[in-house]
Write a protein that binds this ligand. Structure first.
Ligand code: TXA
Ligand code: MG
Length: 328
């Protein structure tokens, strides 16, 4: 077991020895290390079993620190950081030469954000370096939204989980890159497209779904968060428009159900979770991954998940559910 603790000084001490600490953010827990320590960064990739072609997000304590990380800030990037930082938005921009290649998978760009969690902001303020932090889950599996999820995954493979309670947004940050000075959405996330367009106008989505293959080991996908299968429970999971219709197709199975707001009754349902009785997409997003974690622990033959309305955070939720339900 790793230590699950709220002791920020302890986290500072561990990170200063080039070891890893799992940190809370408003989106999901991250597995964090010093961006300038080769040892710590290699440990992140090893612990997660993450391929080296998949670059990491750099976490900083404030927008004022951004020029230390990137060499060019387009006007619309400035508008976005003013509107959303600290918060669930990651920008991909040309990197400073001081940012190690292992962080960016050899790319000339770096992903960076200011997380909105008081403990992690306090931690970043006490460190002499930014933190690289991918989600604290083994590569491809469901991201963790509680300290317990992290500990269930990694046990004593990491020294400490800084316990900041359940993540209140519950889905990863939205990632925005730039083509010239024009923003492009690389990964849907906890900041909705609608909220982003209110600041910078209509925005393109680069929804390149790619499976990792041999050539990508040399050429990283543009936005590797867009891998086709990701965020996946180990139980067979299907995404449907109508749960009752789907239930008719299955006999003699132990079935789990994840629904948005409406109650469903059926003899073959062994376990069900309704994520927001009041039809609130924010609440649904915050509970989504925990619901998948719970369902995955029930020894079910099948998990049936309902598709969400396709606007606002519903779009992000559907994106994750789609990737979670691609069969290996
Ligand atoms: O909410 C979040 O973003 C969480 C918390 C911990 O901050 N972090 C997170 O990290 O989701 P991770 O590693 O699971 O996802 C990072 C994504 C990956 O899809 C990666 O490929 C993409 O960011 N990324 C990183 N650097 C990039 C770059 N230079 N260009 C394009 N995509 C990049
Ligand atoms: Mg991840």
């Amino acid at each position: 077991m790793s230590i699950i603790s709220k002791d920020i000084s302890k986290a500072v001490a561990i990170l200063n020895t080039e070891e890893l600490v799992a940190i809370p953010t408003e989106t999901v827990y991250g597995l964090a290390g010093n961006i300038f320590s080769k040892k710590a960064i290699q440990l992140i990739f090893e612990t997660k079993n993450r391929p080296f072609f998949n670059p990491l997000i750099v976490h900083i304590h404030s927008a004022e620190q951004l020029p230390e990380i990137v060499r060019y800030i387009p006007e619309k990037a400035k508008l976005l950081t003013d509107a959303f930082w600290p918060g669930p938005l990651t920008l991909v921009l040309p990197k400073q030469s001081t940012i190690p290649d292992i962080i960016t998978a050899g790319k000339d760009t770096v992903a960076v954000r200011v997380p909105n969690h008081p403990m992690t902001l306090a931690l970043l303020n006490r460190l002499d370096f930014p933190l690289a932090a991918p989600s604290a889950n083994p590569f491809g599996s469901i991201s963790p939204t509680t300290a317990k999820h992290v500990n269930d995954y990694f046990k004593d493979a990491i020294q400490m989980v800084l316990d900041g309670g359940p993540c209140h947004r519950g889905i990863e940050s939205t990632i925005i890159g730039f083509k010239g000075d024009d923003p492009i959405i690389y990964r849907l996330g906890s900041t909705s497209i609608e909220a982003i367009e209110a600041i910078v106008g209509p925005i393109a989505i680069k929804n390149t779904v790619t499976e990792p293959n041999q050539s990508q080991k040399e050429h990283a996908p543009e936005a590797p968060g867009m891998l086709e299968r990701h965020y996946a429970p180990s139980t067979v999971t299907v995404l449907v428009n109508d749960i009752s219709e789907e239930l008719k197709k299955h006999k003699n199975k132990r079935i789990g159900v994840l629904a948005f707001h409406s109650a469903i009754d059926h003899d073959s349902i062994a376990f069900k979770i309704i994520v927001s009785k009041r039809k609130d997409l924010l609440e649904a997003a915050s509970k989504l991954y925990d619901a998948l974690h719970q369902l995955d622990k029930q020894n079910l033959d099948l998990i049936i998940v309902e598709r969400f309305p396709n606007f606002d955070l519903g779009k992000t939720i559907n994106d994750r559910l789609q990737r979670a339900t691609v069969q290996p």
